[in-house]
Design a protein around this ligand. Structure first.
Ligand SMILES: NC(=O)C1=CN([C@@H]2O[C@H](COP(=O)(O)OP(=O)(O)OC[C@H]3O[C@@H](n4cnc5c(N)ncnc54)[C@H](O)[C@@H]3O)[C@@H](O)[C@H]2O)[C@@H](O)CC1
Ligand SMILES: [K+]
Length: 483
């Protein structure tokens, strides 16, 4: 179980980058795509047919340049819409250069008025794929019109040029194909076209969707023009017997990009928590631990935040656990629940969107079945997540993330991270991500980034890390390795 049965443009980019992270390059995928496309074209064309291949400047065009190489036995002409120097990627350019040195007939046109077709029997539409944005621009618009007018069988690669794979919207003047060969997985909008769609396996490694890898960082876009509040406000509710945990979670949330992080802790430890960092905005509630009287004010405070991190350092006192239950019963926002607060989750009825981050022992206490191998454990996590109706992130050598529908595994992290406090860092990172992302991607990236931060520390200093060492590696793990 991984992403959905149809991949949007954004997910395609993530899968692409994850395949590369797993050692299967984009050029290999392009080669497989072009080969698969050639197979469908052979299926459509007669041996003496005239084939016109119209290639765009992106990797969709690149696929067609590979296909042309496989169709050397046919009467084939390749038209590149633009100048070779405009070709967007090195792998497409390399395939263009190879074609130019071969016997395949090629030409380039930049000006749409020059676009003409030689009355072909088959036309291959490889102008735009999942990289489309907006209405068709020249020279694609004119070429698409000519293709639609032609008396030929039209085969579109990946998607008809003009279909936006992220929204399933068809641009005006989009190519109307007789057949589509799409790569790896169907795309939104294809099934509504009413034409045969071949889904070609192009050798994307099965882990590219299953494992959370560097490609998933593409979900994090910090637009340069962002302003305060774009990246969410997080409320950490914790502390009591422990003071470091809520401070760690809060500092992790800040390092993960949250604009504001408030920390609600018992008044008895407020000064101590503030002492960890002046960046924290401490909101004390009466007493030495969380108890019922604090719940209503906390619900009001939580309503002003995009996400809540509930649990770090709260302890498992009877009064505290019933206060946690009371809070969750009335809370309707998004919360990451960690540590002892997890004890009450299976029994509480709540409208809240929950991301629970148990370790394996806490997972079992919540009713999950632990298992030695992570495949079995993954199935059990999916089962409990479906039963409880929430997203589970079960920490372990391999972190397992599931909402009951999609299950993924993050393999970053190392044995040095069993030290206390890394769970608080994970909860804070996940809480910050949950302020702007859906629960499942927030949990997936929370696990990946926290583990990666721990790996960076060990790479630099060897074992002996303490949880606070992770803090200044979180931004590195989030931003410095974007594919
Ligand atoms: N992700 C994957 O798993 C794989 C993807 N591959 C191919 O890569 C394609 C995506 O390639 P790219 O991301 O390079 O993007 P595209 O090749 O879809 O198009 C990008 C180019 O089209 C131009 N363009 C965008 N919108 C336009 C519009 N409205 N009018 C005119 N021009 C427009 C852009 O300026 C850019 O030059 C896929 O559709 C697929 O064919 C394959 O190589 C195989 C593997
Ligand atoms: K296309």
């Amino acid at each position: 179980m991984t992403f959905g049965s149809e991949l949007t443009g954004r997910e395609i980019a993530i899968v692409d980058a994850n395949a590369a992270a797993l050692g299967v390059t984009r050029k290999q995928l392009m080669e497989s795509a072009g080969n698969a496309a050639a197979g469908v074209i052979r299926d459509v064309a007669d041996a003496d047919d005239r084939i016109e291949i119209v290639a765009g400047r992106g990797n969709n065009g690149g696929d067609a340049l590979v296909a042309a190489r496989f169709l050397g036995a046919y009467d084939c002409r390749v038209t590149l819409l633009g100048d070779p120097d405009d070709i967007g990627t090195d792998i497409a350019r390399e395939n263009w250069d190879a074609l130019e040195r071969s016997t395949v007939e090629t030409r380039t046109i930049g000006d749409s008025t020059a676009f003409d077709l030689s009355d072909p029997d088959v036309i291959v539409d490889a102008m735009l794929g999942t990289g489309i944005s907006g209405a068709l621009r020249e020279p694609v618009a004119t070429a698409a019109g000519a293709i639609n007018e032609a008396d030929a069988t039209v085969v579109s690669l990946d998607v008809p040029s003009g279909l936006d794979a992220s929204t399933a919207a068809l641009a005006d003047g989009a190519v109307r194909p007789d057949r589509v060969v799409t790569f790896h997985k169907p795309k939104p909008g294809l099934s509504e076209l009413g034409v045969p769609v071949d889904v070609a396996d192009i050798g994307v490694p099965p882990g590219a969707e299953y494992f959370v890898e560097r490609g998933d960082l593409l979900r994090l876009s910090r637009p340069a023009d962002s302003h305060k509040g774009d990246f969410g406000e997080v409320l950490v509710i914790g502390g009591g017997p422990y003071t470091g945990a809520p401070a760690l979670a809060a500092q992790s949330a800040l390092r993960s990009g949250a604009d504001l992080v408030r920390v609600a802790v018992p008044a008895a430890i407020a000064d101590e928590v503030q002492g960890y960092s002046e960046d924290l905005i401490v909101r004390p509630f009466d007493g030495t631990q969380l108890t019922e009287p604090a719940v209503d004010p906390l619900l009001d405070l939580a309503a002003d935040h995009d996400s809540v991190v509930l649990g770090p350092g709260l302890g498992a006192g009877e009064a505290t656990l019933s206060a946690v239950e009371a809070f969750l019963a009335d809370f309707e926002g998004t919360a990451v629940v960690d540590a002892d607060a997890l004890r009450v989750v299976p029994d509480v009825e709540t409208e809240a969107t929950l991301i629970c981050t148990p370790h394996r022992g806490e997972f079992e206490r919540m009713g999950g079945q632990d298992a030695a191998d992570w495949e079995t454990r993954a199935e059990n996590v999916a089962e409990l997540a479906a039963e409880l109706g929430m997203t589970l992130l079960v920490k372990g050598p391999a972190d397992i993330i599931s909402d009951g529908k999609s299950t993924r595994v993050s393999r970053t992290g190392n044995p040095g991270m069993t030290v206390g406090g890394t769970g608080d860092v994970l909860a804070g990172v996940t809480g910050a991500l949950a302020a702007t992302l859906d629960p499942h991607p927030a949990a997936s990236l929370g696990a990946y980034v926290t583990g990666r931060a721990g790996d960076l520390v060990v790479e630099e200093r060897g074992y002996g890390l303490v949880a606070s060492d992770l803090l200044d590696r979180v931004p590195t793990a989030m931003w410095d390795e974007q594919p």
